[in-house]
Design a protein around this ligand. Structure first.
Ligand SMILES: Nc1ncnc2c1ncn2[C@@H]1O[C@H](COP(=O)(O)OP(=O)(O)OP(=O)(O)O)[C@@H](O)[C@H]1O
Ligand SMILES: [Mg+2]
Length: 371
């Protein structure tokens, strides 16, 4: 039977169990043509498992994953419909990049010159005759992407494609994916870093421990978190009372002796405390921060010790719309694993470059070979 040619990815009530591990649980989302969807979650969340089910490499325990209305194994010539890059894709180490692509081009029935086209698309032209086994991690990512593009597919499914890319490469990838979607194609891209894909994506599916934590637009996710002001007063209970009497209802003392206020500006609070004669030693405005929200949505995967939750308590947002409540699942990871979570790394990551980096053209420079 023919597929419907729509370019739509549809995941419906998808589940996968590996023995005792519920890797994916009742996951549903769709990706429309012309859009980029970010598929986000921490390590072990179930991203790769989901993408592998979509690509027909893992059989679901329940539910369906389709492209163009058909499961992957019923797509006819799948390389023309969907191009994919998954984790740890191997290349024949002695084969040059071009030869690798020529083998794949022959297998899916596209002309040889397509190999050079895709090498140029991913900025690898100057490394075309070098052995893939000698490539750096970022160069291998680019070659994997080139392979995915060979069939000029309508749909792109990429598992952590930014891994190993340098800052220039990440900017290039963002622009590339955006442009690809703008041609009316469908892009599903996984990442464990929200900041890496934030500027590129139209909607986001956030999972942890195999469960959907949020599915919707980033704007809605942002809107679900209000900013708040943390006030350090001489007398917290007097401040709470004064604020409530002043008509501010979302007022909460924090464990460290401060008072968190939602729905008031620092100026309003300053005026009110001056009038009430309450000494204030400091005020700090906390802005909605997507990365923090992402952390809060997914951190339940690694069951936190009670005292850790206590410390975190005053950082919880007052209300979060659009997701299924606080994570309920415990997780059997050893405690030291928590320390390795990517979102706890120091902030000087390359993907957090200033906005000027995104003004660069999409070409991203050719590199990787002799100039
Ligand atoms: N073939 C398998 N056999 C047993 N368990 C598996 C298998 N593949 C995945 N799992 C388990 O399923 C869960 C989800 O793994 P998955 O690789 O999908 O996570 P991920 O979100 O891609 O993580 P990462 O960010 O580390 O790539 C993990 O607990 C993993 O150990
Ligand atoms: Mg993975």
């Amino acid at each position: 039977m023919q597929h419907d040619g729509s370019g739509r990815i549809s995941v419906q009530n998808l589940s996968k169990r590996f023995g005792a591990v519920a890797a994916v649980q009742n996951l549903s989302f769709t990706v429309e043509p012309g859009t980029v969807t970010g598929f986000l979650g921490p390590n072990g969340a179930g991203k790769t498992t989901t993408l592998r089910m979509l690509l027909g490499l893992v059989t679901p325990t329940a539910g369906t994953a389709t492209i163009n209305g058909r499961p992957h194994d019923q797509l006819g010539n799948p390389a023309r419909v969907v191009g994919s890059v998954l984790e740890n894709e191997g290349f024949h180490p002695k084969r040059t990049a071009r030869n690798h692509l020529l083998v794949y081009a022959a297998a899916i029935g596209v002309p040889d010159q397509r190999a050079d086209q895709v090498l140029s698309l991913v900025g690898l032209s100057s490394a075309a005759n070098r052995r893939a086994g000698d490539f750096s991690l970022g160069m291998r990512q680019r070659l994997a992407l080139a392979t995915a593009l060979l069939g000029d597919p309508q749909v792109l499914v990429l598992d952590e494609p930014a891994n190993g890319l340098d800052p220039e490469g990440i900017v290039w990838l963002r622009n590339f994916l955006r442009a690809y979607a703008n041609e009316g194609r469908t892009v599903l891209v996984s990442s464990h870093l929200l900041a890496e894909v934030e500027q590129t994506i139209d909607q986001v599916v956030i999972i942890s421990a195999g469960i959907t934590r949020y599915y919707g637009s980033l704007d809605q996710l942002r809107a679900s978190q209000q900013s708040r002001v943390l006030v350090q007063p001489a007398d917290a209970s007097a401040l709470v009372k004064a604020l409530q009497e002043g008509g501010f209802s979302q007022v909460e003392p924090t464990p460290d002796g401060r008072v968190a206020v939602i729905g008031a500006t620092t100026q309003q609070i300053g005026d009110l405390t001056a009038k009430s004669g309450i000494a204030v030693y400091g005020m700090q405005e906390e802005r909605a921060d997507l990365e923090r929200l992402f952390f809060q949505l997914t951190q339940g995967q690694y069951a936190a010790a009670p005292q850790y939750q206590q410390q975190q308590q005053y950082q919880q947002p007052p209300q979060q719309g659009g997701w299924g409540g606080p994570p309920q699942q415990g997780y059997q990871q050893p405690p030291q694993y928590q320390q390795q979570q990517p979102y706890q790394q120091p902030p000087q990551q390359p993907y957090q470059q200033g906005p000027q980096a995104h003004q660069q053209g999409p070409q991203g420079g050719d590199w990787g070979g002799q100039r």
